[in-house]
Design a protein around this ligand. Structure first.
Ligand code: UDP
Length: 349
């Protein structure tokens, strides 16, 4: 029997890739997703890759009664991966309460359900944004939280604190906190990929949207940062690598390899790439010159961040297999193939 894992946000970008990766390994994944920033048609792509219909519950995790019903119906859930969250830095600056309300209430509800239904393996999507503007790079898991540059980052800091406290109060409960750097790219099949409902503000999809003509041009936000070319530095990580890290984390907990009941891992490649270098990679891989201009800094951005991946490699046994060129290639393939997903669909409330 495959062990059952509940994936919240399982029809979203990273969630969908993880559902597929779990299922290709020794797990059965079911999901909760209210399609607030994902598309119902994503179910087709996931099911296609699973070669069976994917089971998803269309539920808002802030609705505790509805969330509980899933745990009641599936008493064999052995672990939870909690992806579901709002994720955009600029949107969080404009509408902080949307972020605090959703990201924190959903986390509290799902932890309550884990406690009530005795699900003791929990994986949380955190973010390198918890480090803020780190004084020393690369950041290790021991690097302290910095001042949050935006409400989104603060929801991840508070979320981690909530989990730490919950773990202290519940010694039988085991959590892995995964701090993602900058996920991008898509599944090699192009059957699933990044297709948010709200306007995407992430760099790599903006590059591909400009290249395909959905946007006229793009702006590099800030060229006066203290970096090698003046643009921000990020650690872009392929979504397929990231998805597999979740499978490793589930195995890690199920095999009781954790030393403490709250383990933290950085998930990045371990190399910083500037915004301009990401653009150059795209132009080199595709041969398409990109229409971009150099502009002002964007509020909420840190200058530079990339991961020290030593602990993740040694303790979790995971390292990224793909680089920035692989990322932009797969992102471009997805951009050219995703129209089926966007056809005839309006926002699902
Ligand atoms: N960025 C940019 N132009 C864009 C979108 C993003 O220059 O149109 C920059 C952004 O300022 C940041 C980096 O790309 O320095 C990564 O931003 P993204 O929103 O992808 O991820 P974040 O690091 O904010 O989570």
């Amino acid at each position: 029997m495959k062990k059952k894992v509940l994936v919240t946000g399982g029809c979203g970008y990273i969630g969908s890739h993880t559902v597929v990766d779990l299922s290709e390994n020794e797990f059965e994944a079911i999901s909760i997703d209210n399609f607030s920033n994902s598309r119902k048609k994503m179910m087709e792509g996931i099911s296609n890759l699973l070669k069976r219909p994917h089971i998803n519950y269309h539920i808002n995790l802030c609705d505790k009664n509805a969330t509980e019903k899933v745990f009641q119906e599936h008493s064999d859930i052995e672990g939870v991966i909690h992806f579901a969250a709002h994720i955009y830095v600029p949107e969080s600056v404009e509408n902080p309460n949307k972020y605090y309300n959703n990201n924190l209430n959903s986390l509290i509800n799902i932890l309550d359900c884990c406690q009530k239904y005795k699900v003791n393996s929990f994986i949380f999507s955190s973010s390198c944004s918890v480090y803020g503007n780190a004084k020393e790079l690369p950041v290790t898991e021991k690097t302290p939280f910095g001042e949050a540059e935006c409400p989104y980052a603060r929801t991840k800091q508070i979320g981690e604190d909530i989990i730490q406290d919950f773990c202290k109060a519940n010694p039988q409960f085991n959590a892995v906190i995964l701090r993602y750097f900058n996920p991008a790219g898509s599944h090699e099949s192009s059957k699933i990929g990044e297709a948010p409902i709200v306007e995407n503000t992430h760099l790599i999809p903006i590059i591909t949207e400009v290249a395909i003509g959905h946007r006229k041009s793009m702006t590099v936000f800030g060229t006066d940062y203290p970096t090698r070319d003046g643009s921000c530095i990020r650690d872009f990580i392929h979504v397929m690598d990231l998805a597999h890290a979740h499978t490793k984390a589930v195995q890690f907990l199920f095999e009781k390899k954790n030393e403490t009941n709250c383990e933290i891992f950085n998930l990045g490649i371990g190399q910083g790439v500037t915004v301009l270098e990401a653009i150059q990679s795209f132009e080199k891989i595709t041969g398409i010159p990109l229409n971009y201009s150099l502009g002002e800094r964007r509020e909420g951005d840190v200058a530079a961040i990339y991961a020290d991946t030593t602990r993740t490699k040694n303790v979790l046994g995971w390292t990224a297999q793909r680089n920035i060129d692989d990322i932009v290639q797969s992102a471009w393939d997805w951009e050219n193939n995703k129209s089926w997903l966007l056809d005839n669909e309006s926002k699902v409330e």
